[in-house]
Structure formats: structure tokens, C-alpha cells
Design a binder for this molecule. Structure first.
Ligand SMILES: [Zn+2]
Length: 289
């Protein structure tokens, strides 16, 4: 594990512990971040760590992730700063059914009238506001406003709008319906495969062995790593900026490097690192430590 990844993993663990104890969320989650164009019609509209993506099309826009209950105003500002209308949001998608990626959905759907499209196994959790989450059901501070899902997605399903097609890959484990989104962009005539990783992380307290609330959790993680390894990736993105080193890449982007987010090797390294972390945790739990 590189030092950077180790820091990110420790940070994630610390953050989840902090929020479980009812402490304030980490500042990066709410810190504003300048919106910017990643490639083609794909834009970053999230905070300093909680990623949100806008895909602008002639028929309206797709938004991936609504983040915290307090995030919609910030996401709206970012969208408007880029010159788009918040009310043109036609479809809302999420990375997975945890409060830091979907708690803002109720408000965004109410304001925009967008359609909420969610992976099948995350639907019950989204509609119950996290009260039936396999790991966090008893932790009220991680609940979020329950929202009706308009369209249930399945593995390999697509979301199409105005000529853009996104593919929903079920990469479960972190939640039962964690979704990795892929789409293709072009840059100067060159096709670019975009991967937005849903989450390959094992949170503190996750039971990988003998989990009665989620018996197939370990199999799902292993399947996820197979899927992630099989996806062609030029532009590496994810649910948190920390997954793909967003801040460093953005600094390069700001300095004029428009290929800053092209990182096929970084993607492979990240997936390999997360798989190793999963297997190490699985071995630790299997040995009864
Ligand atoms: Zn999560």
C-alpha cells in the first residue's frame, strides 16, 4: 500500500468512526471545491472529498450522487457556476446507499423533479433511509431521508439521456447494491473510458465471515474486484475524491494539464491495493482475530 492510499484508508476509517460517535463530519466533506470539466460532457460538482458528477446532454442532465443532507445547495451552486441549470437535472444516480452519497437525494428530487434510478439491492435501503442497512441499521446518526425510487436498475443496465449512455455495474460488498458507473467520452477524437468506482472499501466493523445480515458479502467483494479489473479505464474517478487523488490531479488540471485525470495505471494500482486490503481483512477475520 502506498503512503497516500494508507492515509486515505486511515482517514476513511477515522471518518466513519467519528460519524458513528456522532461527531461532526470531516471538513473535506462539506468544504466547497471549484467545479470543473473532466472531459467531454462530464463535470465535477462535488465538495473537496464527496464526489458528485454532472453529465450534461441536450435533453437535460444526469447527476451522480447527492451527498449529505446539507450538500444540495453546494451542488446546485457548482452546477450553476458551470453555466447549467439545476432544474435541468433529469436523472439522479448514486454510487451507493450510504448517507454521505445519498442523503441529499430527497431535496434534489423535490426541487428538480428528476427521476431517481438506483441499483436493485440498494433500493430497499434508499427507500427506508438506511434503517435496514446490513451494518448500520441501528445507528440513527447514519440514517437519511427515505426516498421513493422511480426506476430499479440491474447489473449491466444502462441509463441513457440525450445521446449519453451510462452503464451500471453492480460491484456490491460495501453495500448490497454498490454501483460502479462507466461511460465513454472523447477527447480530441480519442475515445476515453471513464470509470466511477462505487466503493471497494471494507468499513471498520464490517463482518466478512459469518455475516447473517449479508451472508454473501465476501463473495460479492471478490466479484466486485473481478469486475473492476475487467473494466477498461482511462479516466479514473470514484465516490470520494480520495479514491483517485482528486486534489493533486485538479492542481495539475488547473495548471493547464488537461490529461490530469487520465490515469489507467493509477486505477489498476488502486483496485489491486483495495483487493489486497480486503483479502488481508478476510484472512484476519477467518483466523478469528
Ligand atoms: Zn460508503
Amino acid at each position: 500500500m502506498t503512503r497516500k492510499l494508507l492515509c486515505a484508508a486511515i482517514l476513511c476509517a477515522a471518518l466513519l468512526t467519528a460519524s458513528r460517535l456522532g461527531a461532526a463530519n470531516p471538513p473535506e466533506w462539506t468544504q466547497p471545491f471549484p467545479p470543473f470539466k473532466i472531459a467531454g460532457n462530464l463535470y465535477y460538482v462535488g465538495s473537496a472529498d464527496l464526489a458528485a458528477y454532472l453529465i450534461a446532454t441536450p435533453k437535460g442532465n444526469i447527476l451522480i450522487n447527492s451527498n449529505l443532507e446539507s450538500s444540495p445547495a453546494q451542488i446546485r451552486q457548482s452546477i450553476e457556476k458551470l453555466g447549467f441549470k439545476f432544474s435541468d437535472t433529469k436523472v439522479l444516480l448514486i454510487s451507493h446507499a450510504h448517507f454521505d452519497h445519498c442523503a441529499g437525494s430527497a431535496q434534489i428530487l423535490k426541487i428538480t423533479g428528476a427521476k431517481y434510478e438506483v441499483m436493485d439491492a440498494d433500493v430497499p435501503v434508499v427507500q427506508a433511509g438506511g434503517r435496514n442497512d446490513f451494518n448500520y441499521a441501528a445507528q440513527k446518526d447514519l440514517w437519511f431521508p427515505p426516498v421513493h425510487v422511480d426506476r430499479v436498475l440491474h447489473d449491466g443496465g444502462s441509463v441513457a439521456l440525450g445521446g449519453t449512455v451510462l452503464t451500471a455495474h453492480k460491484t456490491a460488498g460495501h453495500t448490497k447494491g454498490t454501483t460502479t458507473w462507466t461511460l465513454d467520452e472523447t477527447n480530441g477524437g480519442r475515445p476515453l473510458h471513464v470509470v466511477i468506482v462505487g466503493s471497494p472499501n471494507v468499513n471498520p466493523g464490517y463482518k466478512l465471515v459469518g455475516n447473517t445480515a449479508y451472508p454473501q458479502i465476501a463473495d460479492d467483494y471478490r466479484h466486485e474486484f473481478q469486475v473492476l479489473q475487467s473494466l477498461p479505464c482511462d479516466i479514473f474517478l470514484g465516490a470520494h475524491g480520495a479514491y483517485f487523488g482528486m486534489k493533486g490531479k485538479y492542481e495539475r488540471w488547473k495548471a493547464g494539464d488537461r490529461s490530469a485525470f487520465l490515469d489507467p495505471n493509477g486505477y489498476k494500482r488502486y483496485i489491486a491495493d483495495r483487493e489486497q486490503a480486503f483479502e488481508a481483512e478476510f484472512r484476519r477475520q477467518s483466523a478469528g482475530h
